[in-house]
Design a protein around this ligand. Structure first.
Ligand SMILES: Nc1ncnc2c1ncn2[C@@H]1O[C@H](COP(=O)(O)OP(=O)(O)OP(=O)(O)O)[C@@H](O)[C@H]1O
Ligand SMILES: [Mg+2]
Length: 364
C-alpha cells in the first residue's frame, strides 16, 4: 500500500527547468497518469519518484515515509521503461526472475512466481527465448512481467505502449487496466496520448513546461478544462477556439467575433457578466457544433471546406461567415459537399470561455 506525495518538487538540469514546483498527491491504489507533450517533464517526475533522479528541491513521501534521499532499491518501486531495457543475453525467464534472484528469493519460489506472472501475461511459452526472438508486443509483456513479479509498493510505467502498433496498443491498454485492477497497487503511468490517459486513468495530471495544468478525473478534465491548454490537449479532434469579445447589451451578454454575433445563453451570465469587454476565446468541441439547423435557431452560416470521413463519423472543416475555421462532427452519411453553405448553432451546455491572454477558463 502506498500513497505517493510530491511536495514542491523542482528539477533543474543546468539552465533547463524540467519540473517546476510540482505538488501532487497520488492516492493508494490509484491509477494516476502524467500526461503532456514531449519535454513537459513527465519522465523526469517519474524518475524522481523512482529514485533515478534527485529533485533539486522539494520532498517526496510514500505514505508517511520521506523517500527522496533513498536509492531506488530502497524505495520498493517497480518501473517499466519506454524502451523496455530487457537484458539481451538473458532468457525471458531470467529477465523476469532477475530482480527476485538479486533479493535472494529461493529458487522454487522464483519459479512459482515467474510462472504465475507469465500466465497472467500470456507469455508462458516464451520463457526460454531471448528478447531478440520476441516481437515488440511480447517484449513489452516481458518488461511488464519483470515489474509485476515483484510485489512492489508502487508501479511506475513510462510510455510502456508507445512501441506497439495501433491495434496492439488498444488491446494492451485494456490488459493493463485489468492488471491494475488485479494487483490493487498504486500505478503512476506516463503517456503523451490523451486518449490512452482518458481510457485508463482514475485521475490525470496534465503537465506543460514542467508545470501542473490540471489534476482531475477523465470526466473533469474533458468537461471542465481549467485552461486553454488542457481544453486543447484533451479530446480528439481538438476543441475549436474562436476569438472574440464579450459585450453587455442591455440585459444580455453577447460574444462578438469577426464572423458572427452570438447572444449567450442566460445560465452563463452569472459567471461571464463580470468579464464584459474582455477579449476571450470561445471553446467548442467538434461534436458540440450543430449544423443544418432551422434558420430561427442558427447563429450564422458556414461553408464546407473539406470532408474528412473516419468511418463512424464525418468531420467537416468549415469556414464560419468568411472568417473563422472550425471542425465539426456530423453523421457519416451527411451529404454536404465542399462548397456547400449551411446554418450552424452551438450545443449551449457545452460552451467554454477562456481569457484570451492568460488562457484561464472563465467558467471554473
Ligand atoms: N539529463 C538531462 N539533462 C538535461 N536536460 C534534461 C535531462 N533530462 C531531461 N532534460 C530536459 O528536461 C525537460 C523534461 O524532460 P522529460 O524527459 O521529463 O520530458 P518528457 O515529458 O518525458 O518528454 P517525452 O514525452 O519526450 O519523453 C526537457 O526539456 C528535457 O530536454
Ligand atoms: Mg519521457
Amino acid at each position: 500500500m502506498a500513497k505517493v506525495v510530491l511536495e514542491n518538487i523542482t528539477k533543474r538540469f543546468g539552465q533547463v527547468l524540467a519540473v517546476d514546483n510540482l505538488n501532487l498527491e497520488i492516492q493508494d491504489r490509484e491509477f494516476m497518469t502524467l500526461l503532456g507533450p514531449s519535454g513537459c517533464g513527465k519522465s523526469t517526475t517519474l524518475n524522481m519518484i523512482a529514485g533515478l533522479e534527485e529533485p533539486t528541491a522539494g520532498r517526496i513521501f510514500f505514505d508517511d515515509e520521506e523517500v527522496e534521499h533513498l536509492p531506488p532499491e530502497m524505495r520498493d518501486v517497480s518501473m517499466v521503461f519506454q524502451n523496455y531495457a530487457l537484458y539481451p543475453h538473458m532468457t525471458v525467464f531470467k529477465n523476469i526472475a532477475f530482480g527476485l534472484q538479486m533479493r535472494g528469493v529461493p529458487a522454487t519460489e522464483i519459479r512459482q512466481r515467474v510462472a504465475v506472472v507469465a500466465k497472467k501475461l500470456g507469455i508462458e511459452d516464451l520463457l526460454d527465448r531471448k528478447p531478440r526472438e520476441l516481437s515488440g508486443g511480447q517484449r513489452q509483456r516481458v518488461a511488464l512481467g519483470r515489474a509485476i513479479v515483484r510485489d512492489s509498493r508502487v508501479f511506475l510505467l513510462d510510455e510502456p505502449l508507445s512501441n506497439l502498433d495501433a491495434k496492439l496498443r488498444v488491446a494492451t491498454r485494456t490488459e493493463l487496466k485489468n492488471l491494475h485492477y488485479d494487483l490493487q497497487k498504486t500505478f503512476v503511468y506516463v503517456t503523451h496520448d490523451q486518449e490512452e490517459a482518458l481510457i485508463m486513468s482514475d485521475r490525470i495530471t496534465i503537465l506543460n513546461r514542467g508545470r501542473i495544468q490540471q489534476v482531475g478525473t477523465p470526466e473533469e478534465v474533458y468537461n471542465h478544462p481549467r485552461n486553454e491548454f488542457v481544453a486543447g490537449f484533451i479530446g480528439s479532434p481538438a476543441m475549436n477556439f474562436l476569438p472574440g469579445v464579450l459585450r453587455q447589451e442591455g440585459e444580455t451578454l453577447q460574444f462578438h467575433s469577426p464572423a458572427f454575433t452570438y447572444t449567450l445563453p442566460s445560465p452563463l451570465l452569472p459567471s461571464l457578466s463580470r468579464h464584459a469587454r474582455r477579449n476571450v476565446k470561445l471553446g467548442i468541441r467538434p461534436k458540440d457544433i450543430r449544423i443544418q439547423v432551422p434558420e430561427e435557431e442558427a447563429i450564422g452560416k458556414a461553408e464546407v471546406l473539406l470532408r474528412e470521413p473516419v468511418g463512424s463519423d464525418l468531420y467537416l472543416q468549415m469556414k464560419f461567415s468568411d472568417a473563422i475555421l472550425c471542425k465539426v462532427r456530423t453523421d457519416a452519411d451527411n451529404p454536404l459537399q465542399r462548397g456547400d453553405v449551411t446554418t450552424f448553432a452551438f450545443n449551449e451546455q457545452r460552451l467554454h470561455f477562456f481569457d484570451a491572454s492568460t488562457g484561464d477558463s472563465l467558467l471554473v
